[in-house]
Design a protein around this ligand. Structure first.
Ligand code: NIG
Ligand code: FE
Length: 408
Protein backbone atom coordinates (compact mmCIF):
# COMPACT_ATOMS: atom_id res chain seq x y z
CA UNK A 1 0.00 0.00 0.00
CA UNK A 2 1.50 3.32 -1.12
CA UNK A 3 0.04 6.59 0.18
CA UNK A 4 1.10 9.90 -1.34
CA UNK A 5 0.84 13.14 0.63
CA UNK A 6 0.90 15.91 -1.95
CA UNK A 7 0.62 19.70 -1.90
CA UNK A 8 2.80 20.06 1.21
CA UNK A 9 3.63 23.78 1.67
CA UNK A 10 6.77 23.04 3.69
CA UNK A 11 8.35 19.66 4.42
CA UNK A 12 10.33 20.46 7.58
CA UNK A 13 12.94 18.53 9.56
CA UNK A 14 14.69 16.53 6.85
CA UNK A 15 17.82 14.88 8.27
CA UNK A 16 19.83 11.67 8.23
CA UNK A 17 22.04 12.79 11.14
CA UNK A 18 21.85 10.79 14.38
CA UNK A 19 21.65 13.98 16.48
CA UNK A 20 22.29 17.74 16.23
CA UNK A 21 24.96 19.48 18.28
CA UNK A 22 26.30 23.04 18.57
CA UNK A 23 25.75 25.20 15.48
CA UNK A 24 23.91 22.37 13.69
CA UNK A 25 21.10 22.76 16.20
CA UNK A 26 20.16 25.98 14.43
CA UNK A 27 19.56 24.23 11.11
CA UNK A 28 16.25 22.70 10.03
CA UNK A 29 16.41 21.44 6.45
CA UNK A 30 13.15 22.03 4.56
CA UNK A 31 11.66 21.58 1.08
CA UNK A 32 8.92 23.85 -0.31
CA UNK A 33 6.00 22.68 -2.48
CA UNK A 34 6.70 19.06 -1.59
CA UNK A 35 5.32 15.51 -1.56
CA UNK A 36 6.00 12.49 0.61
CA UNK A 37 5.39 8.83 -0.20
CA UNK A 38 4.49 6.30 2.52
CA UNK A 39 4.87 2.56 2.00
CA UNK A 40 4.29 -0.12 4.66
CA UNK A 41 4.24 2.49 7.41
CA UNK A 42 7.61 3.95 6.42
CA UNK A 43 8.73 7.06 4.56
CA UNK A 44 9.55 5.64 1.15
CA UNK A 45 10.53 8.85 -0.64
CA UNK A 46 9.95 12.59 -0.75
CA UNK A 47 10.63 15.51 -3.08
CA UNK A 48 10.05 19.21 -3.49
CA UNK A 49 9.74 22.33 -5.61
CA UNK A 50 7.05 20.99 -7.88
CA UNK A 51 8.94 17.79 -8.83
CA UNK A 52 6.70 15.03 -10.24
CA UNK A 53 5.25 12.96 -7.37
CA UNK A 54 5.14 9.19 -7.97
CA UNK A 55 1.94 7.17 -8.46
CA UNK A 56 0.27 5.73 -5.33
CA UNK A 57 -2.76 3.69 -4.23
CA UNK A 58 -4.10 6.59 -2.20
CA UNK A 59 -3.52 10.36 -2.29
CA UNK A 60 -3.95 12.91 0.49
CA UNK A 61 -3.96 16.63 -0.27
CA UNK A 62 -2.07 18.48 2.49
CA UNK A 63 -3.67 21.74 1.36
CA UNK A 64 -0.38 23.61 1.42
CA UNK A 65 0.26 22.97 5.12
CA UNK A 66 3.54 22.11 6.83
CA UNK A 67 4.53 18.47 7.38
CA UNK A 68 6.94 17.93 10.29
CA UNK A 69 8.23 14.90 12.21
CA UNK A 70 6.26 13.85 15.29
CA UNK A 71 7.67 14.94 18.64
CA UNK A 72 9.91 12.46 20.46
CA UNK A 73 9.33 12.78 24.21
CA UNK A 74 12.36 11.11 25.79
CA UNK A 75 11.47 11.59 29.49
CA UNK A 76 8.04 10.89 31.02
CA UNK A 77 6.47 9.30 34.08
CA UNK A 78 2.96 8.95 32.63
CA UNK A 79 2.13 5.66 34.35
CA UNK A 80 0.81 6.95 37.66
CA UNK A 81 -2.41 6.72 39.66
CA UNK A 82 -4.71 9.62 40.47
CA UNK A 83 -3.15 13.03 40.96
CA UNK A 84 -1.23 15.22 43.41
CA UNK A 85 -3.57 18.18 43.24
CA UNK A 86 -3.44 18.65 47.02
CA UNK A 87 0.32 19.23 46.84
CA UNK A 88 -0.29 21.73 44.07
CA UNK A 89 -1.98 23.94 46.67
CA UNK A 90 0.87 23.36 49.14
CA UNK A 91 3.30 24.49 46.44
CA UNK A 92 1.27 27.62 45.73
CA UNK A 93 1.26 28.40 49.45
CA UNK A 94 5.05 28.22 49.42
CA UNK A 95 6.26 24.68 50.15
CA UNK A 96 9.17 23.56 47.96
CA UNK A 97 9.45 20.25 46.06
CA UNK A 98 12.18 18.97 48.41
CA UNK A 99 10.24 20.04 51.54
CA UNK A 100 7.12 18.18 50.38
CA UNK A 101 9.25 15.10 49.72
CA UNK A 102 11.02 15.35 53.10
CA UNK A 103 7.62 15.38 54.84
CA UNK A 104 6.80 12.04 53.24
CA UNK A 105 4.71 13.48 50.40
CA UNK A 106 5.67 13.77 46.74
CA UNK A 107 6.79 10.56 45.06
CA UNK A 108 5.83 8.56 48.18
CA UNK A 109 2.24 9.80 47.85
CA UNK A 110 2.14 8.57 44.27
CA UNK A 111 3.58 5.23 45.42
CA UNK A 112 0.78 4.81 48.00
CA UNK A 113 -1.85 5.58 45.36
CA UNK A 114 -0.27 3.26 42.82
CA UNK A 115 -0.14 0.43 45.37
CA UNK A 116 -3.92 0.72 45.87
CA UNK A 117 -4.65 0.76 42.12
CA UNK A 118 -5.10 -2.38 40.02
CA UNK A 119 -2.98 -3.00 36.95
CA UNK A 120 -6.04 -2.66 34.69
CA UNK A 121 -7.06 0.67 36.21
CA UNK A 122 -3.49 1.96 36.01
CA UNK A 123 -3.40 0.99 32.34
CA UNK A 124 -6.72 2.77 31.72
CA UNK A 125 -5.60 6.01 33.39
CA UNK A 126 -2.20 5.95 31.65
CA UNK A 127 -3.70 5.25 28.22
CA UNK A 128 -5.77 8.43 28.48
CA UNK A 129 -2.55 10.40 28.88
CA UNK A 130 -0.83 8.60 26.02
CA UNK A 131 -3.81 9.21 23.76
CA UNK A 132 -3.79 12.92 24.58
CA UNK A 133 -0.05 13.07 23.84
CA UNK A 134 -0.42 11.34 20.47
CA UNK A 135 -3.23 13.67 19.44
CA UNK A 136 -0.96 16.60 20.34
CA UNK A 137 1.70 15.29 17.97
CA UNK A 138 3.96 13.00 19.99
CA UNK A 139 5.06 9.89 18.12
CA UNK A 140 7.68 8.39 20.46
CA UNK A 141 7.43 8.21 24.25
CA UNK A 142 9.86 7.04 26.91
CA UNK A 143 8.04 5.96 30.09
CA UNK A 144 9.63 5.36 33.50
CA UNK A 145 8.64 3.19 36.44
CA UNK A 146 9.45 4.61 39.88
CA UNK A 147 6.14 4.91 41.72
CA UNK A 148 6.24 1.28 42.82
CA UNK A 149 9.22 1.34 45.19
CA UNK A 150 8.83 -2.39 45.89
CA UNK A 151 9.47 -5.24 43.47
CA UNK A 152 5.84 -6.20 42.85
CA UNK A 153 4.65 -2.63 42.19
CA UNK A 154 7.65 -1.73 40.02
CA UNK A 155 6.89 -4.84 37.93
CA UNK A 156 3.22 -3.82 37.82
CA UNK A 157 4.18 -0.42 36.38
CA UNK A 158 6.54 -1.93 33.83
CA UNK A 159 3.89 -4.43 32.72
CA UNK A 160 1.53 -1.50 32.17
CA UNK A 161 4.22 0.19 30.05
CA UNK A 162 4.56 -3.03 28.02
CA UNK A 163 0.78 -3.11 27.49
CA UNK A 164 0.86 0.51 26.32
CA UNK A 165 3.70 -0.39 23.94
CA UNK A 166 1.59 -3.20 22.47
CA UNK A 167 -1.55 -1.04 22.21
CA UNK A 168 -0.49 2.23 20.56
CA UNK A 169 1.04 3.18 17.21
CA UNK A 170 3.54 5.51 18.92
CA UNK A 171 7.01 4.09 19.62
CA UNK A 172 7.38 3.35 23.36
CA UNK A 173 10.54 2.68 25.40
CA UNK A 174 10.57 1.61 29.06
CA UNK A 175 12.93 2.76 31.80
CA UNK A 176 13.31 1.09 35.20
CA UNK A 177 13.49 3.84 37.86
CA UNK A 178 13.32 1.83 41.08
CA UNK A 179 15.71 4.39 42.60
CA UNK A 180 13.23 7.27 42.39
CA UNK A 181 12.82 7.59 46.17
CA UNK A 182 13.57 5.42 49.19
CA UNK A 183 10.44 3.41 50.06
CA UNK A 184 8.61 4.37 53.25
CA UNK A 185 10.13 2.89 56.40
CA UNK A 186 13.34 1.67 54.74
CA UNK A 187 16.95 2.74 55.24
CA UNK A 188 18.57 3.99 52.03
CA UNK A 189 21.30 1.33 52.16
CA UNK A 190 18.72 -1.44 52.40
CA UNK A 191 16.62 0.04 49.63
CA UNK A 192 19.61 0.35 47.26
CA UNK A 193 20.43 -3.29 48.02
CA UNK A 194 16.83 -4.26 47.18
CA UNK A 195 17.01 -2.37 43.88
CA UNK A 196 20.29 -4.07 42.91
CA UNK A 197 19.70 -7.59 44.17
CA UNK A 198 15.98 -8.11 43.72
CA UNK A 199 14.35 -5.52 41.47
CA UNK A 200 16.89 -5.38 38.63
CA UNK A 201 17.09 -9.17 38.20
CA UNK A 202 13.26 -9.42 38.33
CA UNK A 203 12.82 -6.67 35.73
CA UNK A 204 15.47 -8.23 33.50
CA UNK A 205 13.95 -11.72 33.83
CA UNK A 206 10.77 -10.46 32.15
CA UNK A 207 12.63 -8.19 29.71
CA UNK A 208 10.54 -5.27 30.90
CA UNK A 209 13.01 -2.39 30.55
CA UNK A 210 15.24 -0.86 27.90
CA UNK A 211 16.91 1.64 30.22
CA UNK A 212 17.76 2.25 33.87
CA UNK A 213 17.45 5.56 35.72
CA UNK A 214 18.36 6.92 39.17
CA UNK A 215 17.17 10.16 40.80
CA UNK A 216 20.70 11.33 41.66
CA UNK A 217 19.90 14.21 43.99
CA UNK A 218 20.52 15.41 47.55
CA UNK A 219 17.96 13.74 49.82
CA UNK A 220 17.34 10.95 47.29
CA UNK A 221 20.33 8.95 45.94
CA UNK A 222 24.01 9.94 45.92
CA UNK A 223 26.73 9.27 43.36
CA UNK A 224 27.88 6.13 45.20
CA UNK A 225 24.34 4.70 45.16
CA UNK A 226 24.07 5.65 41.50
CA UNK A 227 27.33 3.85 40.65
CA UNK A 228 26.17 0.69 42.39
CA UNK A 229 22.75 0.69 40.76
CA UNK A 230 24.10 1.40 37.27
CA UNK A 231 26.75 -1.31 37.65
CA UNK A 232 24.03 -3.76 38.67
CA UNK A 233 21.90 -2.71 35.67
CA UNK A 234 24.83 -3.00 33.26
CA UNK A 235 25.08 -6.72 34.05
CA UNK A 236 21.68 -7.09 32.39
CA UNK A 237 22.40 -4.73 29.51
CA UNK A 238 20.33 -1.83 30.90
CA UNK A 239 21.62 1.46 29.47
CA UNK A 240 21.45 4.46 31.87
CA UNK A 241 19.37 7.60 31.48
CA UNK A 242 19.78 9.69 34.64
CA UNK A 243 17.93 12.35 36.63
CA UNK A 244 20.78 14.75 37.43
CA UNK A 245 21.28 18.29 38.75
CA UNK A 246 17.60 19.16 39.22
CA UNK A 247 17.79 20.78 42.67
CA UNK A 248 21.55 20.69 43.32
CA UNK A 249 24.80 20.11 41.48
CA UNK A 250 24.82 16.40 42.26
CA UNK A 251 27.71 14.79 40.37
CA UNK A 252 25.05 12.91 38.42
CA UNK A 253 26.18 14.25 35.05
CA UNK A 254 29.71 12.95 35.59
CA UNK A 255 28.33 9.62 36.83
CA UNK A 256 26.14 9.39 33.73
CA UNK A 257 28.98 10.05 31.31
CA UNK A 258 31.21 7.59 33.19
CA UNK A 259 28.58 4.87 32.77
CA UNK A 260 27.92 5.67 29.08
CA UNK A 261 24.43 7.09 29.74
CA UNK A 262 22.30 7.76 26.70
CA UNK A 263 21.07 10.96 28.36
CA UNK A 264 21.40 13.02 31.53
CA UNK A 265 18.17 14.82 32.29
CA UNK A 266 16.99 17.96 34.13
CA UNK A 267 20.25 20.00 34.34
CA UNK A 268 18.57 22.99 35.97
CA UNK A 269 21.89 23.47 37.78
CA UNK A 270 25.11 22.95 35.90
CA UNK A 271 28.61 24.41 35.86
CA UNK A 272 31.48 24.50 33.37
CA UNK A 273 32.59 21.13 34.76
CA UNK A 274 29.39 19.39 33.59
CA UNK A 275 29.63 20.88 30.10
CA UNK A 276 33.29 19.92 29.82
CA UNK A 277 32.54 16.38 30.90
CA UNK A 278 29.74 16.04 28.31
CA UNK A 279 31.97 17.27 25.45
CA UNK A 280 32.86 14.43 23.07
CA UNK A 281 30.59 11.98 24.92
CA UNK A 282 27.68 10.02 23.48
CA UNK A 283 25.37 11.33 26.25
CA UNK A 284 22.54 13.70 25.26
CA UNK A 285 21.96 16.62 27.68
CA UNK A 286 18.20 16.74 28.17
CA UNK A 287 16.34 19.66 29.71
CA UNK A 288 12.79 19.60 31.08
CA UNK A 289 11.39 23.14 31.00
CA UNK A 290 7.88 21.99 31.96
CA UNK A 291 9.28 21.03 35.35
CA UNK A 292 11.19 24.32 35.76
CA UNK A 293 7.95 26.14 34.92
CA UNK A 294 5.73 24.16 37.31
CA UNK A 295 8.19 24.22 40.24
CA UNK A 296 9.45 27.77 39.62
CA UNK A 297 12.99 26.39 39.33
CA UNK A 298 15.70 27.81 37.07
CA UNK A 299 15.63 26.76 33.40
CA UNK A 300 18.57 24.79 32.03
CA UNK A 301 21.21 26.92 30.32
CA UNK A 302 20.65 25.47 26.85
CA UNK A 303 22.37 28.40 25.19
CA UNK A 304 25.67 27.79 27.02
CA UNK A 305 25.47 24.09 26.15
CA UNK A 306 24.95 24.81 22.45
CA UNK A 307 27.67 27.49 22.45
CA UNK A 308 30.01 24.82 23.86
CA UNK A 309 29.20 22.63 20.84
CA UNK A 310 26.85 20.31 22.70
CA UNK A 311 23.42 19.08 21.70
CA UNK A 312 20.30 19.63 23.78
CA UNK A 313 17.08 17.61 23.85
CA UNK A 314 13.88 18.89 25.42
CA UNK A 315 11.29 16.55 26.96
CA UNK A 316 8.04 16.98 28.86
CA UNK A 317 8.84 15.06 32.11
CA UNK A 318 5.04 14.45 32.24
CA UNK A 319 4.43 13.40 35.87
CA UNK A 320 2.00 14.21 38.71
CA UNK A 321 4.48 16.12 40.92
CA UNK A 322 6.68 18.40 38.86
CA UNK A 323 5.21 18.55 35.35
CA UNK A 324 1.59 17.49 34.84
CA UNK A 325 1.64 18.09 31.09
CA UNK A 326 2.81 16.09 28.09
CA UNK A 327 2.38 18.94 25.63
CA UNK A 328 5.60 18.99 23.58
CA UNK A 329 4.54 22.09 21.70
CA UNK A 330 4.35 23.89 25.07
CA UNK A 331 7.81 22.48 25.85
CA UNK A 332 9.06 23.92 22.56
CA UNK A 333 7.50 27.32 23.39
CA UNK A 334 9.11 27.30 26.86
CA UNK A 335 12.42 26.48 25.17
CA UNK A 336 12.09 29.57 23.00
CA UNK A 337 10.50 32.00 25.46
CA UNK A 338 12.09 31.00 28.78
CA UNK A 339 15.38 29.44 27.64
CA UNK A 340 16.08 31.72 24.67
CA UNK A 341 16.48 28.85 22.25
CA UNK A 342 15.88 29.86 18.65
CA UNK A 343 12.83 28.13 17.13
CA UNK A 344 15.03 25.92 14.93
CA UNK A 345 17.07 24.86 17.97
CA UNK A 346 13.94 24.06 19.97
CA UNK A 347 12.50 22.17 16.97
CA UNK A 348 15.58 19.92 16.77
CA UNK A 349 15.49 19.50 20.56
CA UNK A 350 11.92 18.11 20.55
CA UNK A 351 12.33 15.92 17.45
CA UNK A 352 15.71 14.43 16.41
CA UNK A 353 17.58 15.00 19.69
CA UNK A 354 14.64 13.61 21.65
CA UNK A 355 14.76 10.54 19.41
CA UNK A 356 18.48 10.14 20.12
CA UNK A 357 17.90 10.53 23.88
CA UNK A 358 15.54 7.53 23.84
CA UNK A 359 17.48 5.43 21.35
CA UNK A 360 15.04 5.65 18.43
CA UNK A 361 16.87 8.06 16.12
CA UNK A 362 17.28 5.29 13.54
CA UNK A 363 13.49 5.05 13.11
CA UNK A 364 12.06 8.40 14.26
CA UNK A 365 12.78 12.08 14.87
CA UNK A 366 13.24 13.38 11.34
CA UNK A 367 12.03 13.13 7.77
CA UNK A 368 14.31 10.53 6.19
CA UNK A 369 13.82 7.64 3.79
CA UNK A 370 13.22 4.37 5.66
CA UNK A 371 12.15 6.01 8.93
CA UNK A 372 8.65 5.45 10.34
CA UNK A 373 6.03 7.68 8.72
CA UNK A 374 5.34 9.52 12.00
CA UNK A 375 4.45 13.10 11.29
CA UNK A 376 2.16 16.06 11.90
CA UNK A 377 0.27 18.01 9.23
CA UNK A 378 -0.30 21.52 10.56
CA UNK A 379 -3.33 23.78 10.37
CA UNK A 380 -3.33 26.80 8.03
CA UNK A 381 -1.22 29.62 9.45
CA UNK A 382 1.41 27.28 10.84
CA UNK A 383 3.76 27.28 7.90
CA UNK A 384 7.16 27.49 9.62
CA UNK A 385 8.73 25.69 12.62
CA UNK A 386 8.80 29.06 14.44
CA UNK A 387 5.03 29.50 14.15
CA UNK A 388 4.46 26.61 16.57
CA UNK A 389 6.22 28.38 19.42
CA UNK A 390 5.08 31.87 18.44
CA UNK A 391 1.32 31.18 18.30
CA UNK A 392 1.85 28.95 21.29
CA UNK A 393 -1.77 28.46 22.39
CA UNK A 394 -3.52 28.22 19.02
CA UNK A 395 -4.38 24.63 17.99
CA UNK A 396 -1.89 23.68 15.29
CA UNK A 397 -2.41 19.96 14.62
CA UNK A 398 -4.57 19.26 11.56
CA UNK A 399 -3.72 15.56 11.24
CA UNK A 400 -1.36 13.16 12.96
CA UNK A 401 0.15 10.15 11.16
CA UNK A 402 1.74 7.31 13.11
CA UNK A 403 3.40 4.40 11.30
CA UNK A 404 1.86 5.64 8.08
CA UNK A 405 -1.78 5.81 9.25
CA UNK A 406 -3.82 8.77 10.38
CA UNK A 407 -4.35 8.62 14.14
CA UNK A 408 -7.52 10.18 15.57
O1 NIG B 1 11.61 14.32 36.90
N1 NIG B 1 12.55 14.58 40.05
C1 NIG B 1 12.24 13.39 40.05
N2 NIG B 1 11.27 12.82 39.34
C2 NIG B 1 10.28 13.57 38.64
C3 NIG B 1 9.18 14.02 39.51
C4 NIG B 1 8.45 12.90 40.07
C5 NIG B 1 7.33 13.28 40.97
O2 NIG B 1 7.40 14.29 41.68
O3 NIG B 1 6.35 12.51 40.97
C6 NIG B 1 10.89 14.66 37.81
O4 NIG B 1 10.68 15.85 38.04
FE1 FE C 1 11.59 12.93 35.61
Amino acid sequence: MRTLIRNIGLLAGISTASRKEGAAMGEVACLGDAWLLIEDGLIRDFGGSGGMPPAADMEIDAGGSMLMPSFCDSHTHIVYAGSREREFEDKIRGLGYAEIAARGGGILNSADLLHQTSEDELFRQSMERVREMMLKGTGAIEIKSGYGLNTADEIKMLRVIRRIKESVPAEVRATFLGAHAVARGMAREDYVRLVCREMIPAVAAEGLADFIDVFCEEGFFGVEDTDRILDAGAKYGLVPKLHANQLHVSGGVQAGVRHGALSVDHLERTTEAEMKCLGGSSTMPTMLPGSSFFLREPYGNAKAFMDAGLGVALASDYNPGSSPSGDMRFVMALGCICMRMLPAQAFNAVTLNGAYAMGVNDIAGSIAKGKQANFILTKPGFDTPASLAYLHQTPFVEKVFLKGKEYR
